[in-house]
Design a protein around this ligand. Structure first.
Ligand code: HEC
Length: 238
């Protein structure tokens, strides 16, 4: 009894603290994103257009695998002050002039010669198709956009679950900002919430659970199915 009396005010205090964090997140993160600027949540449309190059689906993965590596343009090295790890960093340090690839450093360096070319030798230079991705994305306004190519047959942790957590949940559920005391920033931590039922309870917005993603729209049936299948498969770290 004594202990409960002591703990209860602490719980109230900590949830007030969590609420304060939540408010700050909501102000920083206008739902839907504004297309450019520092919006954390990318604009998501349900159907992918073949004519559009989407930042989240195509540009960031390409830059991640060819530029934002250790020793190059990751957060730790950020060679020449250029960090290509996120939309905000790409826009603030990558020399992107939205709508005008010809005057954008990010595009121009792809076709330079010798060690001025990016990625520099001995790395392979971009293929024409890869150059076209960057060109088109900048020409289309260098937006922080994504399209939802959700596929219920894809439910691996690395291919579906982790990207989902990173995009929609991790901002509020990581050690630096633990909404409700819940961590969703690692495989092990996500598995804990899958096992105790809270993950599905919150995203299906079942009664008795806090509806997630907080402040955002409910997940599509496809995303919910991906999570259900991953859990039913035993939550593999695949
Ligand atoms: C804007 C911040 C924010 C986002 C985004 C967010 N959460 Fe939460 N989450 C919270 C807070 C704060 C709580 C504590 C309960 C509350 O305030 O509703 C919480 C609680 C939870 C809980 C506990 C629910 C319960 O009833 O015990 C789970 C599970 C959870 N979140 C999962 C998720 C998942 C999965 C996502 C992504 C789809 C997500 N959250 C996105 C802030 C957020």
């Amino acid at each position: 009894m004594q202990l409960v009396k002591l703990i209860r005010p602490l719980l109230v205090l900590s949830s007030l603290f969590v609420l304060a964090i939540t408010c700050r997140h909501e102000i920083l993160d206008p739902a839907g994103g504004s297309g450019n600027g520092g919006g954390v949540t990318p604009t998501e449309v349900t159907n992918c257009s073949a004519d559009t190059v989407y930042f989240v689906n195509t540009v960031q993965p390409l830059l991640n695998s060819t530029c934002a590596m250790s020793g190059c343009h990751d957060a730790a090295t950020h060679k020449d002050g250029i960090e290509l790890t996120s939309y905000a960093k790409i826009m603030s340090t990558g020399g992107v002039n939205p709508g005008n690839p010809g005057s954008s450093k990010l595009y121009k360096v792809l076709s330079k010669s010798g060690s001025d070319r990016m990625p520099p030798p001995p790395y392979a230079g971009y293929t024409q198709a890869q150059k076209d991705i960057i060109y088109k994305w900048i020409a289309q306004g260098a937006k922080n956009n994504s399209c939802n190519a959700c596929d219920t047959t894809l439910y691996t942790y690395s291919g579906a679950i982790a990207p989902m957590m990173n995009t929609y949940c991790k901002g509020c559920h990581q050690p630096a900002s633990l909404g409700g005391g819940i961590d969703l920033s690692t495989y092990a931590a996500v598995k804990v919430q899958a096992l105790n039922g809270k993950l599905m309870g919150s995203i299906t917005q079942a009664s008795g659970f806090s509806a997630m993603p907080k402040g955002g729209s409910k997940f599509s049936d496809c995303k919910i199915t991906q999570l259900q299948k991953w859990i039913a498969a035993g939550m593999p770290n695949n």
